[in-house]
Structure formats: C-alpha cells, structure tokens
Ligand binder design. Sequence first.
Ligand code: PGA
Length: 246
Amino acid sequence: MRRKLVAGNWKMNGLTASLAEVEALIAAHPAPGCEVLLCPPATLISAMAARAAGRIAVGGQDCHMAAAGAHTGDISAAMLRDAGASHVILGHSERRADHAETNAMVRAKAEAALSEGLVALICVGETEAERDAGETLAVIGRQLAESTPDAATGANTVIAYEPVWAIGTGRTPTLEQIAEVHDFLRAELAARFGAEGAAFRLLYGGSVKPGNAKEIFATSNVDGALVGGASLKAADFGAIIAALAG
Ligand code: PGA
C-alpha cells in the first residue's frame, strides 16, 4: 500500500512571519490517512522543523550534488538534513529552466540526497510545445530514466509529474491526460525496478487547488500532489489535504 502524500512547495516565498501558516495548518488538519510535507525556502527549514515537531515533514527545494566544498551559495544534502529536513525536491522545472539543470545533474543530486538519508522528490514534466508535438511520453520517459538513481526505492524516492504549462497558470491537464502519464510512469518504474516499481508514490503537480484536488486524487496512479501557490495559505493547503485524506 502506498501512503498518500501532499507536498507543498513554497518556492521563493516566505519570511519568518509566514510560519504562522504552519501552526494553523497543523492545528486545523491532522490527517492520519496521509503524509504532509512542506518545503519552504532553505532559510526557514530549521524554524519550520522546530515548529512542526514531527507532526508534518519538512523538506528542501534543491541540494548540491557534492557533499561539501567551494560552491558559494549552494546547500548540501547533509546541511538540509542537519537543519531538520527529511525530503528534498529535485529537478523542478523552474530549476531545470533557471539553473540549466540537466537530467544527469538531477540524478547526481538525488544520489547525494539518498546517501544522506533524505527522500528525493524528483520532478518530471513536458513543456506545452513538447505536448503539442506529441512528445510528452518520450520526454517524460527520458527524464525519469536519466534523473532517477539505480538506488531508488519506493521508500526513498517520490516522482512528481508536473507539466510545465500547468505550473502557476491555473490550467490543468484533463484527468485522462494525467492518468495516461501516471500509468506510463508506473509501467516504466516496473520495467526498471521490478516489483518495487509498484511502491513509488507518484504525485501530480501544477495548479492543484481545493476545487480540483478530489478528482485529481481519484485518478489512476495518483498518490498525492505537489502543490505550489495553494500551499502558501493554510486554508487552501488544508482543504487539499482534506480532499486526499478523504
Ligand atoms: P502551482 O505549482 O501549484 O503553483 O502550479 C506547482 C509546483 O511548481 O510544484
């Protein structure tokens, strides 16, 4: 059985005052049926982890592939763990676009994360031009194959399908399009990892809101969501968690 997971990605949003949202979230929505993860900017990980006190998980939004060294401005997997993170988002399309991250880099980062005992949340997704060209499954298959380490298991790795054109736009794929990609991801994982392929959680991300969460969660091979904008407000994120927890 795959445990449901709702992950929030605050991106480059949030100051110390924003931590009040975490208190509201935990107070309003204990959700024993599913796991809840919040990934704030690195500056807030330590304070958020202290407030969460294990009631929700806290994660980073990126890590460097090296363990330590002369990489000004970067953060290692060990540093995330030391700050209280248990997870890290890797290969988000904004990192792939803004920082020219390749599949090989994402894989190296995931290997670093796994070696520190962090759960790697690896993102894949096609651009609108790729979808229009009929390349969606080819692009996603390549991203999955090249970004996922051989050591990945259902326990240490989560895959998030995030169509680039659905992120922050209010547009979402049809449920059939989500199912097509998630069923494809499941089959690819089974082909590579055998029976273990059934254990990986597959999250959908891109304009998930309280109003569309329930139908997305009912879609084939969707085990939860990666939520950007709607994770910034406890009321919205709580409603999404409630939709998943049933
Ligand atoms: P969004 O972002 O929910 O604001 O569309 C999703 C994401 O980038 O993870």
